[in-house]
Design a protein around this ligand. Structure first.
Ligand SMILES: O=c1nc[nH]c2c1ncn2[C@H]1C[C@H](O)[C@@H](COP(=O)(O)OP(=O)(O)OP(=O)(O)O)O1
Ligand SMILES: [Mg+2]
Length: 471
């Protein structure tokens, strides 16, 4: 018997799918978990980086006196398992072997597929093991680089998730009888994946299969835990502890889960710069809220006083967003996101639209813009259904030498007859959200972000950015 904990590592929250299975099958084992959400996704990183980051997590777990290490991450397993195994004298287990064995046993048609990160697909680790076990099984490998960012942002229940899963899995539909979820993040999207592939396709959860191997290995080395009170699982993340806690609490069904933030890379923090092409601090704050946990340091034009003022001279949101993002990217050589947004009122044929900011004149206050709009709509004051409108935003991400990434989002509502509420900015006090009677200026900051055009667009950007950067 050995009551020391088992160490789990992952690029983020995905390894929790393995932990969930462990808690079910081996309730006498204590868990120490480290997730590197700040540097996720690993899948689009190069081998040297993945190896270095994995070693940082291994060393962290060793400092917690673990009796075994489970690489609950397919990407880390594909790149680093052999190296770590060779150098440690405690048992080290990956997640690929078990998933590969399971598919060979379960397939009838011998047409199978694995979905995984780009790095795992590139390593051909699944292909090698499956072919060694059964040369007649035909394996298709598909990288789904947008899945990990979706899960890391806890967006599994949002409509964007369904759309991304559908688009990503299209090449596999109707072609296989078994599908390996070759990334431990993917079981968190299982209902969507099953719905897209159809009920006849068996999904193989590599992580769950791995727990059987943990059990066999613990028995072999006589290191199983004994039945006891007070098992205290501990979770560590390099990212935002609140997001980790939300995902872990829900997935593992533990109420008082202990999550601590750690910094693995004191020596050389790998922060990337993202310039938001605006001088509007309110916008910058919304970017900061989402992207700083992902390892980005957010800068605005205020940090670069020498840059020129960029006039919004185009007549479309995309045109203006491109002007801002592409000009600044060209000058600085950095990753830049520009956005243009506005309020589009249906009876006004979409006005003020791109001209929202300058609606009441060249440099108006928010109050002047709102009064002008209320004045224009005076004749519809008693007919709410004639006052429908939506906020629109277009984000453009730009890097020199790259085709820009363009993202749009809308937020529907109606125009109120008088301003109401203290929060927000711009036209928020006269924008009634959806069919309700609260204005955007009456919503708390977080709630507005959850629903708004800019919130939606930023979350889409978070999902699309890593694979776009890798193109
Ligand atoms: O959530 C919003 N709540 C209220 N009003 C909003 C919102 N989103 C955009 N709006 C209005 C404000 C401004 O009149 C125009 C944005 O114009 P837009 O050009 O994107 O921004 P901006 O001129 O303030 O800053 P910058 O160009 O430096 O990014 O639309
Ligand atoms: Mg504008």
């Amino acid at each position: 018997m050995d009551n020391r904990p088992i160490g789990f590592l992952d690029s983020g929250v995905g390894g929790l799918t393995v932990v969930k299975e462990l808690l079910r099958q081996l309730p006498n084992e204590e868990v120490i978990y480290i997730g590197d959400s700040k540097r996720a996704p690993y899948g689009s990183r190069n081998k040297d980086e993945i190896l270095a980051f994995t070693w940082e997590m291994v060393n962290f777990l060793l400092s917690k006196n673990v009796k075994m290490i489970v690489m609950a991450c397919n990407t880390a397993t594909a790149v680093a398992l052999e190296d770590v195994k060779e150098k440690l004298d405690i048992p080290v287990l990956g997640v690929i072997q078990a998933g590969a064995s399971a598919v060979v046993q379960k397939t009838r048609s011998k047409q199978v597929a694995v979905i995984a990160t780009e790095a795992t697909v590139k390593s051909s680790a699944y292909k090698d093991i499956i072919h060694r076990k059964s040369p007649s099984v035909e394996l298709t490998s598909l990288a789904c680089p947008k899945f990990v960012p979706l899960v890391e942002a806890n967006m599994m229940a949002m409509p964007e998730a369904k759309a991304v899963v559908k688009e990503s899995l299209a090449p596999l539909k109707g072609k296989v009888d078994s599908l390996i979820l070759g990334c431990t993040h993917y079981p968190l999207l299982k209902p969507l994946i099953q719905e897209e592939m159809g009920p006849e396709v068996q999904l193989i959860d590599s992580g769950a299969e791995t727990v059987r191997d943990i059990s066999v290995l613990s028995n072999y080395f006589l290191i199983s835990g004994s039945e006891r009170e007070a098992i205290q699982h501990r979770f560590y993340t390099t990212g935002d502890p609140a997001t980790f806690k939300a995902i872990a609490g829900q997935w593992l069904n533990i109420d008082d889960i202990k999550v601590e933030e750690v910094d693995l890379s004191q020596s050389q923090p790998k922060t990337k710069t993202l310039i938001v092409a605006t001088r509007n601090q309110g916008k910058a704050r919304e970017f900061e809220a989402l992207f700083s946990d992902r390892g980005y340091s957010i800068k605005t034009l205020n940090d670069y006083p020498e840059l020129p003022e960029i006039e919004e001279t185009a007549d479309s949101f995309e045109g203006n967003a491109r002007l801002k993002a592409e000009t600044i990217a060209e000058i600085t050589g950095e990753l830049v996101v520009g956005d243009d947004s506005g309020l589009c009122v249906d009876v006004l044929g979409g006005l003020p639209g791109v001209w929202s900011h300058r609606f009441a004149g060249p440099d108006p206050t928010d109050e002047q813009n709102m009064s002008k709009l209320l004045h224009e709509l005076a004749s519809t004051a008693l007919i709410p259904e004639r006052r429908t409108a939506h906020f629109h935003t277009t984000l453009v991400a730009s890097m020199p030498g790259k085709e820009s990434l363009v993202i749009d989002a809308d937020w529907p509502g109606r125009i109120a007859t008088a301003p109401k509420g203290e929060d927000g900015f711009g036209y928020d006090p006269i924008f009634l959200v959806g069919n309700g009677d609260l204005t955007a200026a009456e919503l708390p900051f977080e709630e507005k972000n959850e629903q708004s055009h800019r919130g939606q667009a930023l979350r889409k950007l978070m999902v699309e950015l890593p694979s776009w950067l890798d193109k």
